[in-house]
Each structure stands twice: as C-alpha cells, then as structure tokens.
Design a protein around this ligand. Structure first.
Ligand code: GUN
Length: 287
C-alpha cells in the first residue's frame, strides 16, 4: 500500500484563493489593506528565502508588506527601536521578526517587545499564554498549518494518540497545546518526545498520527511508524540530496496511510497561516 499524499502546496494554493477574497471583502467594508512588516537581521540564506516567500505570498493575496533589513551586527537596542516604531505605526497590522536572530541579540527580549496585537507569529508570552489556556488570539503558523492539513483531509484527532517528535517553542509545544484543546480539531491524547526520550521508536510506533519536528534529516524511518498511521513531516533539512524532511519519505510512504511530502507539504501551509493571521490582526485592530 502506498500512502495518500497530503498535498500542502495544493491546499495552500486553495486557501490563498479563499484568503484573497476575504482580503477584498475586508477592504470593501473597511477601506483598510492589511499590512505585514517583516524584520530580517543578518543574511542567513534560509531566512532570506522564507522572508521572500512570505512577501510574494502577501502580494498575491492583496496584503501589503514591507521588509526591514538590518545588518548582522545591529545592536539589540536598535532592533528594539525599530520594533517600537512598528508597534506605533497604525498602518502596520502584523510584525514578524524572522528567526533565528544573531547570537548577541536576546530573542526572548525582542519577541516580548512586539505588541501582542500585532504578533502574527504568536510568539509573545501573552499569546502563548492565551493559547495554553485554550482561548488563542493568534495560532502559531506552523502548528496551525499542520492542524489545517489534518482538518481539510478529514483526518480525525478526537481520541487519537498523536506523537510529536520535537519540543520547540515554534512547533512542538504549541502544536501539543492545540491538539489537546477541547473540540473537534483537538481532543487528542498527545505525547511529546525529544532528544532525551528513551526508546523513541517504541513510542512513535504507538502513534495514530505522528508529527516529525526534530530537525534531523530522515531520522524517522519506516520501522518507527505504525502501519496505517498518518505522518506529518515538519522538517526542512538542506542536504547534499536537496531538501529533505525529518521522515524517511520513501520508506514511510509504504507503511503510512497518509503522509506529507517535503517540499510541498507543511512549508507552504505555514506561509498561508501567516497571511490569515495578518488579516485577523487587521480585523482586531480595525474595531
Ligand atoms: N523561523 C523558523 N520558523 C519561523 C516562523 O514561523 N516565524 C519566524 N518569525 N521565524 C521563523
């Protein structure tokens, strides 16, 4: 049996069409064009690609965007001054500080400086807290993309055992909270594994839905997957073979019932959810 491919690229394209209509309606009703300000510090090549993709996606959806590029040796206070300026700018509804930041800058301090109402990444402690309490203002983009893939492909989560490999603040932890939330898109039993988990394979083999977000190329192999499980691969690793996920796709697709590819899986959905958050930010700030 070969798994059904969960085509994030196609789904993202469909959703961006829906979003563009919502942006048009919003403008017609409020004369406001949602605007995203992206901040890129330094020249990390992967970050450059991500930020460019986000800007192109904004443009196609009718969302305005501006990019603030700062040198890698920018002082933390200068970055904070920029964020303060963007916080006060009424034309800017969403602020995104691309991570990772250079080592001399405190990521925690910077993320805390973003106005929580404009925090379309949902990284600010206030937005993290609201999510944990089950009443989110914004959903973080990658976990939200994963949940949307499951929802649109009608993969039920209620009562399922979902194993998340990876405990990052960007993916593992918020996704676990979302899938635990009461309701049709949650109500799962969630296990979060990480680098210190003993016998990872024993746990992943019990997963009805396995989410890979560890950042290690092809680490999850077919033997670690229960036959018929749904596999969602959040990993994007640059290797000599090009982009590969955290799952060994060729082996896994023979055992899983559904699987996301890399690329064309979760990645395009992350950008799409950022666009939805930017429209949501404009809505919240309009009234
Ligand atoms: N770096 C890796 N993922 C993300 C993300 O979702 N948002 C931001 N701002 N930076 C990232």
């Amino acid at each position: 049996m070969t798994a059904i491919i969960l085509d994030g690229k196609q789904l993202a394209q469909d959703m961006r069409g829906e979003l563009a209509e919502e942006v048009t309606d919003f403008f017609e009703n409020n004369s406001i064009t949602p605007k995203l300000a992206a901040v890129l510090v330094g020249e990390d090549p992967a970050s450059e690609v991500y930020v460019r993709n986000k800007q192109i996606a904004c443009q196609k959806a009718g969302i305005e965007s501006e990019l603030h590029r700062l040198d890698a040796d920018t002082a933390e206070d200068d970055l904070l001054a920029l964020i303060t300026r963007l916080n006060k700018d009424n034309d800017v509804h969403g602020i995104l500080v691309q991570l990772p930041l250079p080592g001399h800058i405190s990521t925690e301090r910077i993320l805390r400086a973003v106005n929580p109402m404009k925090d379309v990444d949902a990284f600010h402690p206030e937005n993290v807290g609201l999510l944990v309490q089950g009443r989110p203002r914004y959903l973080p983009c990658t976990p939200s993309g994963v949940r949307e893939i499951l929802r649109r492909y009608e993969v039920p989560t209620v009562g399922k055992h979902i194993v998340i490999a990876g405990r990052s603040d960007i993916v593992g932890k918020p996704l676990a909270n979302m899938l635990l939330t009461r309701g049709a898109d949650g109500d799962a039993t969630v296990t979060v594994c990480h680098s210190k988990t003993s016998d990872l394979a024993e746990i992943t083999r019990t997963a009805d839905i396995l989410v890979a977000a560890i950042g290690r190329p092809r680490m999850l192999t077919a033997e670690m997957i229960k036959p018929g499980a749904v596999v969602v691969d959040v990993g994007i690793n640059r290797t000599e073979d090009g982009l590969v996920g955290d799952v060994d796709f060729d082996g896994a697709k023979e055992i899983a019932s559904h699987i996301t590819p890399v690329p064309r899986g979760v990645g395009p959905m992350t950008v799409t959810m950022l666009l939805f958050n930017t429209l949501q930010a404009a809505r919240l700030q309009a009234f």
